[in-house]
Design a protein around this ligand. Structure first.
Ligand SMILES: [Zn+2]
Length: 279
């Protein structure tokens, strides 16, 4: 196997934890994927934790949005010879629909380095993901605040939306449940470092993750985004770096970096964090 065929070194040099707050700037609807028209029920309920019944943002939703944004971003930078059909060559069946996205064998591909790839559709081997995105739950203060608003629903609100029939102008109202504007969630993700600190690949991965976070902040999460739902702000980002030594008995060194109160997210991530973690 040549250097070029490698998709991971198989080594673990350390872990980078990325934490912070996701603040909803507008109502946020993360659906359950099972929209029903129950009598007396909600047409479009939000996803809730089965134990606490609290609304949350599944890690898979955040990761899915992040990957899709990074794919489009990298496709735009991949040169004009590459067609959409060849870039988005992976075909995934979702019910009766076919969804295309990007997966490849190129070890320098930022998307597949972070999120992995699976065999098939021209991809020769399975590639592990280097990043894991966790579920984002409501922070305590936010929960208390939402409990104080009387909407008849636990921590959420109902919004009525009208869809107009273009020919008859008949309105068909539906109820969308959403987490109100201002709700705050704690997000976290972890990156597994399989290349040494001074390697160009480690630095490149960090840059891809940070670009991806900035793209997410300027996009939206969940459903009805064309109606203005799901706008978010990412704040108070904290990076914790633990190298392999941290996990041994003798040593407990970790690097903790926190975004300053008035520090711009981009400056914090690209200047301060990259410099500290790769030196
Ligand atoms: Zn790829």
């Amino acid at each position: 196997m040549t250097e070029k065929d490698l998709t991971t070194s198989g080594k673990l040099y350390g872990k980078v934890f990325i934490e912070g707050k996701i603040i909803s700037l507008t109502g946020l609807h993360i659906g359950t994927g099972k929209e029903t028209m129950e009598i007396g029920g909600l047409d479009m309920p939000v996803v809730r934790d089965p134990l606490t019944r609290e609304p949350y943002i599944p890690g898979s939703s955040i990761k899915g949005k992040m990957r899709s944004l990074l794919e489009k971003f990298e496709f735009a930078r991949s040169g004009k010879d590459i067609t959409p059909e060849s870039y988005f060559s992976k075909i995934i069946k979702s019910g009766s629909e076919e969804i295309r996205h990007h997966e490849c064998d190129n070890d320098n591909c930022p998307v597949c380095r972070l999120y992995g790839a699976s065999k098939g559709n021209g991809v020769k081997k399975n590639r592990p993901a280097r990043i894991y995105v966790h579920d984002a739950h409501l922070i305590e203060e936010s929960k208390k605040e939402l409990q104080g608003i009387d909407t008849g629903l636990y921590l959420t609100e109902l919004k009525y939306e009208n869809t107009l029939d273009r020919l008859t102008s008949a309105a068909s109202p539906r109820q969308i449940e959403r987490v109100p504007k201002g709700a705050e969630f704690k997000f976290s993700m972890v990156y597994n470092q399989d290349e040494p600190k001074d390697s160009a690949l480690f630095k490149k991965d960090l840059e891809s993750i940070f670009t991806n976070i900035l793209l997410l902040e300027d996009d939206a999460l969940g459903g009805s985004v064309s109606r203005g739902y799901g706008r978010i702000d990412i704040q108070k980002v904290k990076i914790i770096y633990r190298d392999a030594e941290y996990y041994t008995q003798e040593n407990k060194k970790e690097i903790v970096l926190e975004q300053g109160e008035s520090e711009d997210l981009k400056t914090f991530l690209f200047e301060r964090v990259i410099k500290e973690l790769t030196k």
